[in-house]
Design a binder for this molecule. Structure first.
Ligand SMILES: Cc1ncc(COP(=O)(O)O)c(C=O)c1O
Length: 407
């Protein structure tokens, strides 16, 4: 068998995206034992960086080992008990993922839905809170499947006034847009590694507040074998072991109680990715994403494509465009990848096959990548027979935007 050869790619999808070589380099360091003081120092510093990334004072800010859905599942499985009502606003695929996780935790799920491409007014969600009186409101901030940014700055406060816990999936917007967790009164928020943070998938930063911690600790059960006489038993314990946030608190907190074997290398990568992001600045990073998002929008429009979805509520790291008539979604994307090494994404649900999602996330969001992308994409689209496509106009619009606008 030949040794591994990975071809070069320009990943213009909403994740996973390329990582900064400094992150890869950090991940090539030697293994430390998970209770080595050198490593526990890195854990503490990583928690500090996660706090800064979410602009929160939450003590409980640590990563969950596993992809982003492990982070979401840990939060849901820890807060939702059988019979609890959970309200899930749905504007695309990832809203359904949360309903799935809540149902599997035994929750009674209520939804409020908008068609793909739209968002739900916060007032409507608040009204639904009064109607349903759920224990948990679980919502997606950046709905990657439709490229929409769901406003959430008011609902956390409204939920808190009603005694509801707000859980936010900020997987796709994390460190690409500002998410001031404390200011927005969000109880538990899940970020993502492989998107705007640009760290390999497999580790997920989360944060939750004291109010949330108190609620989940009513269901705490330390596993047999490490349980002490001080650990109270409860009959309505959190049913997941691996994703039990209370046991993870004991591992990431002062007690340092053994749980899983930490993926130390992933923590190195997360640490370095976070350090780079915090050094850049959370707000500056958000500005960078909006800046390149605008460049891409101007270019694809000048190229002759139509933008999909409510333009007042766009994620600032995904441009959704309608696939031109006569172009086959999967065939085009496959060929774009095999010939040019460029990857863009299709989508799911009611608009699958009708739109493409072009991501400008994290390490990928820089001028040369976008200019290279628009050149190859435009010419290839025209060569495949798409009508009214003007590759030169697309490139010119992007170049002019960059000439006329400073980051
Ligand atoms: C908004 C959102 N939530 C959750 C997920 C699931 O993340 P993962 O595939 O890392 O488990 C994704 C992945 O694309 C996402 O975009």
């Amino acid at each position: 068998m030949a040794s591994l050869k990975i071809n070069r790619r320009l990943i213009m999808t909403p994740g996973p995206v390329a990582v900064d070589p400094r992150v890869s380099q950090a991940m090539s360091n030697s293994i430390l034992g998970q209770f080595d003081p050198d490593f526990t120092d890195i854990m503490n510093e990583t928690m500090e960086l996660i706090r800064a990334s979410f602009k929160t004072k939450n003590k409980w800010s640590f990563p969950v080992d596993g992809t982003s859905r492990a982070g979401i599942e840990a939060v849901i499985a820890s807060i939702v008990e059988p019979g609890d009502k959970v309200l899930v606003p749905i504007i695309g695929r990832f809203g359904y993922l949360v309903t799935e996780l809540a149902e599997r935790a035994g929750g009674i799920v209520h939804t409020i839905e908008a068609p793909m491409g739209e968002v739900i007014p916060q007032e409507d969600i608040i009204q639904k809170l009064d109607e349903i009186e759920p224990k948990v409101l679980a919502i997606i901030h950046g709905e990657t499947s439709s490229g929409r940014l769901q406003p959430i700055d008011k609902i956390g406060h409204a939920a808190k006034e009603r005694g509801v816990y707000t859980v936010v999936d900020a997987v796709a917007t994390y460190l690409g847009q500002d998410i001031p967790v404390d200011e927005w009164a969000l109880d538990a928020v899940i970020g993502g590694a492989q998107k705007c943070l640009s760290v390999p998938s497999g580790i997920t930063p989360i944060t939750f507040n004291e109010r949330f911690s108190e609620a989940i600790n009513k269901r705490k059960r330390v596993e047999k074998g490490i349980r002490t006489s001080d650990d109270k038993a409860t009959s309505h314990f959190i049913t997941s072991n691996y994703l039990d946030l209370t046991q993870l608190q004991d591992y990431w907190g002062e007690r340092r109680l053994n749980h899983h074997t930490e993926a130390t290398v992933n923590v190195y990568g997360l640490y370095e990715g976070l350090k780079l992001a915090i050094d850049e600045g959370v707000e500056q990073r958000a500005r960078r994403h909006s800046y390149h998002h605008e460049a891409m929008k101007k270019a694809v429009t000048a190229l002759g494509l139509e933008i999909f979805g409510d333009e007042n509520h766009e994620m600032q790291m995904v441009v959704c465009v309608k696939i031109p008539d006569g172009i086959n979604d999967a065939e085009f994307r496959t060929e774009l990848l095999s010939r040019f090494g460029i990857e863009i994404a299709g989508t799911f649900g009611s608009v699958a096959g009708q739109i493409w999602r072009i991501g400008t996330m994290g390490y990928v969001a820089e001028k040369q990548n976008l200019l290279n992308f628009i050149t190859a994409f435009g010419v290839f689209l025209q060569s495949k027979g798409a009508e009214n496509i003007d590759p030169a106009a697309g490139l010119e619009a992007m170049s002019n935007y960059y000439d006329e606008h400073e980051l």
